[in-house]
Ligand binder design. Structure first.
Ligand SMILES: NC(=O)c1ccc[n+]([C@@H]2O[C@H](COP(=O)([O-])OP(=O)(O)OC[C@H]3O[C@@H](n4cnc5c(N)ncnc54)[C@H](OP(=O)(O)O)[C@@H]3O)[C@@H](O)[C@H]2O)c1
Length: 310
């Protein structure tokens, strides 16, 4: 089979095209492109079918496991594909590891090291019990997330653009420092003992619930990450589509009830709005995939993320 590979501007990426076996898959084509241009390893490539000039439709993205024959018209032995360079890629595990490592390491710096003295604070710093518990709670949360990244999640996408590492690290690392600065501040005023216990107690229950939600999601896929998207069922998923986000939001609420800083609540609002947008997209995707037509199951009626509001 003869495959022409063009760029989005219509230029030929590989002069004269490539000749592949008739049984070749998209993955074989990506490997052949990689052999010809070393920097374009397979996960960096996005291959689509060409669109008619002026077409407003979305281009069909070639699926790695499918045979190239499935994308040719009729019995044709030629195929033209459009190549897009996705830029340098990193694995999802690398991305998540670095974004969570920042808050895990930076938060204790504000607790253990004389940061405030270096910033000009002269008095003696008295550490309240809530500040110590907050440190444990925070570190446990990010340690859990790193462990889940390596041992629980079964990602469907192999990689993410390298630029996302910088964007996500900026988000998590900055918020980590912002909250740590205020919770560990020498002028920090603790909440009542009862409020602290309610906050941390509720937050811990939500952290465990969040882990359990992630275990349920894990079991929807095979160990290789195959299986696509399924209808999550059981526990809170019977009520809400993104129960893992719901419990994540509630566990931050627990932390904020116990520590009560403006910085913590700002993070809660920003994180909740990010997760709400993602939850809406995930809810729409599951309803589209499970539409009850042609033998497909129908996605049950559920809240999206925060019952009884959404
Ligand atoms: N504080 C914050 O700002 C914030 C923001 C976002 C997330 N988080 C936390 O980080 C965790 C991970 O978030 P995430 O958005 O990366 O992952 P996610 O969408 O919650 O899913 C976790 C894993 O389960 C898989 N999955 C989700 N729905 C599935 C379904 N219906 N069928 C099969 N597999 C499914 C995902 O696959 P894919 O690889 O295909 O996605 C992913 O590997 C969250 O649950 C939350 O605790 C925190």
């Amino acid at each position: 089979m003869k495959v022409s590979v063009t760029t989005r501007s219509g230029r030929e990426l590989i002069n004269g095209g490539l000749v592949l076996d008739t049984s070749a898959t998209v993955a074989d084509l990506q490997e052949a492109i990689h052999q010809r241009i070393k920097k374009y390893y397979p996960s960096r490539q996005r291959l689509t079918l060409p669109l008619q000039p002026g077409s407003k439709e979305k281009a069909v993205v070639l699926q790695q496991k499918k045979s190239l024959k499935e994308y040719t018209s009729g019995n044709s032995d030629t195929l033209t594909v459009v190549f897009k360079d996705l830029g340098p890629q990193v694995s999802y595990r690398t991305l998540f590891f670095f974004e969570y490592l920042g808050p895990l390491v930076l938060y204790p710096v504000f607790y253990y090291f004389p940061v405030y003295q270096l910033l000009g604070y002269k008095g003696e710093r008295v550490i309240h019990p809530v500040q110590t518990y907050a440190l444990y709670y925070w570190c446990l949360h990010y340690f859990k997330r790193i462990m889940e990244t390596f041992f629980v999640h079964r990602f469907s996408h192999a990689t993410s653009p390298l630029s996302n590492v910088f964007r996500n690290c900026a988000y998590y690392w900055t918020f980590g420092c912002y909250i740590a600065y205020y919770v560990n501040h020498p002028h920090y005023t603790p909440v009542s003992d009862l409020q602290m216990k309610i906050g941390f107690g509720f937050g811990m229950v939500m952290q465990v619930a969040n882990l359990y939600c992630h275990m349920i999601l894990r079991n929807l896929r095979s160990p290789s990450g195959n299986g696509g998207y399924q209808i999550p069922q059981g526990f809170l998923f019977n009520i809400v589509t993104c129960a893992n986000y719901t419990t994540e939001i509630y566990q931050w609420l627990g932390f904020n009830i116990a520590t009560q800083t403006v910085a913590g609540y700002v993070f809660l609002v920003v994180a909740a709005s990010i997760m709400t947008n993602w939850a809406l997209a995930k809810h729409r995707r599951l309803r589209r995939l499970f539409d009850g037509k042609e033998g497909r199951p129908k996605y049950p009626r559920r809240w999206v993320i925060l019952p009884p509001f959404l």
